[in-house]
Every structure is written in C-alpha cells, then in structure tokens.
Design a protein. Structure first.
Length: 277
C-alpha cells in the first residue's frame, strides 16, 4: 500500500488531532497525485514551477509557516503521479482533515492531496521507502488522442505487448542496471537494483508497462520502456534486450521514451512502518 490511511481521513471526516512532540511540532505525511505536464519536475528548482514549490506555497498560505516538504522520489519534468508520498514538519495545530481540504483549496487543480496522516517525527518518505512502482502508458494508435495528449506516448503501428512482457521478465531479480541510466550521479552509489515485478499488459489500444523496484536510477524507467517498445515493434530481439542488461554500459538502452507517459504509481513501506503510519 502507499500509506495506511483510514477512509475517514481520506474523505476529510471527523477532526483527528495530530500527535505533538514535546517541542509542540508534528510531522505530517501526504499522499498526492499530480499531472506533471506543467512542471519542471517534483523537486524544487529556482525560477521554475515544481510540485514541491507548489506544495510549499500552499502550506505557507494555509499555516503561515515557511515549511520545507520532502518527497519519496524525484520525478522528471512532465512525469505524473498517482501516489507520490511527501512529508513535512509543522507547529500548526490544524486537524488532519484541514490539511487535506486546506491544501487542496490553495493548490492548483493539477495537484491534489489525496490523504494525510500524522507520523513519527523521524519518518523520511524517501529513506524509509522499500519499493517504488511506476507505470508507463503507451497509446498504440495511428491517430492522435485529444484526451490522452500529454498523458500517454502515442506509438503508431502494431506493437506486440506479449513480446514486451517476455522481455520484462528478464529484468526480474537483482541486476546492475547501468545500461538503463546515462551516468552515475552524485547521489547514487551503485547501479545495482532489485526488480520485484515487471510486466506489460494491453487494454484495447493502451499498452501499460509496470515496473516495481527497490529504487530506480535516473531515467531508468523511460530508458527501459524505450528498449521494450523496440522489442514490441520487432526491432530488437529478446537476446538483444538481454545483452543490454548484461553489458552494463551507461546509456546503452536509449533512446528514452518521453516523460508524458510515465506515472509514479505507488510507494511502499515495510510492514512495521506501515503500522506506525
């Protein structure tokens, strides 16, 4: 699950008091969704609109506090989220349901707080996450869609979702995914990741790739999907896809699929932490 939140909290029901520390502060965790089309990514950047900056502006308007928000994962410009997890520390005495309704009042309509919960002050949405789940939407159609513009990647000509699914199974388990990232940045210490689930399914003309891993490297999902699409088009064999994994050469899996089809679907936490949340 993303966060174990009661339905009453999700719906903004009865007043639920946050647990205060001895210093009179509390940490709040949020589950948020957003359409990333308008944003330069999730993380704060100077002079551009980001999801983090919008959340912090909404909190300032709601509480009067200059609050820094941390998130479970970084998403690039144009990437969307159904279940991004964020948290912040506040000295406000507002009840939980007011953080939901109040932030949604001040946020633009392409960002929404879905739920909120008081958590342990030590909770870190990024460091304490055990898995992340992404989905990538491919509109397999010869004609463009007005409704899916900016929300899915259109690929014309038939693509074989079953071939893509077979290639996905080669990703399962622990691998060095260096071929699926352009370089090792200053934050990452290793390109080894554990892929817990990987698959491709078709529903009509929509093909969806699902990847669940301990964590993801920069552009890993989009580079993976780019290679999978070539498998589905018959431009790459299963053996060639396997070779990309095995060679472990930075950037080998490119070109990337565009950001518009990518969604951060869920963030998972350990059972013990789920109970605390």
């Amino acid at each position: 699950m993303v966060l174990a939140l009661s339905q009453q909290e999700v719906d903004g029901g009865a007043c639920i008091e946050t647990e205060k520390s001895s210093a009179g502060i509390s940490r709040i965790a949020l589950v948020i969704e957003y359409n990333g089309r308008r944003y330069a990514g999730s993380q704060m950047q100077s002079d551009v609109a980001t999801v983090q900056s919008e959340l912090q502006d909404a909190l300032l308007a709601l509480t009067g506090e200059d609050i820094r928000v941390s998130m479970a994962g970084r998403t690039d410009a144009g990437v969307h989220a159904y279940g991004q997890v964020a948290s912040f520390i506040t000295s406000s005495s507002l009840p939980i349901h007011t953080f939901i309704s109040g932030m949604n009042h001040f946020l633009p309509d392409d960002i929404s707080v879905k739920s909120a919960k008081a958590v342990e002050e030590s909770f870190d949405p990024r460091r304490h996450a055990s898995k992340r789940e992404y989905e990538y939407c491919i509109l397999n159609s010869n004609t463009r869609s007005a409704l899916w513009k900016g929300r899915a990647y259109q690929v014309s000509g038939h693509i074989d979702a079953c071939a893509m699914d077979r290639a996905c199974k080669l990703l399962l388990g622990e691998h060095d995914f260096a071929s699926f990232t352009p370089a090792l940045d200053d934050i990452e210490k290793t390109t080894v990741r554990h892929m817990y689930d990987a698959g491709t399914r078709r529903a009509g003309n929509m093909v969806v790739v699902k990847l669940v891993a301990s964590a993801f490297l920069a552009h890993q999902v989009r580079n993976t999907v780019g290679a999978l699409i070539r498998v589905g088009q018959g431009k790459m064999t299963q053996e060639e896809f396997q070779a990309i994994i095995s060679v472990r050469e930075f950037g080998l899996a490119g070109p990337s699929a565009p950001a518009c089809g990518l969604y951060l679907n869920k963030v998972y936490y350990s059972n013990s932490l789920e109970e605390g949340i």
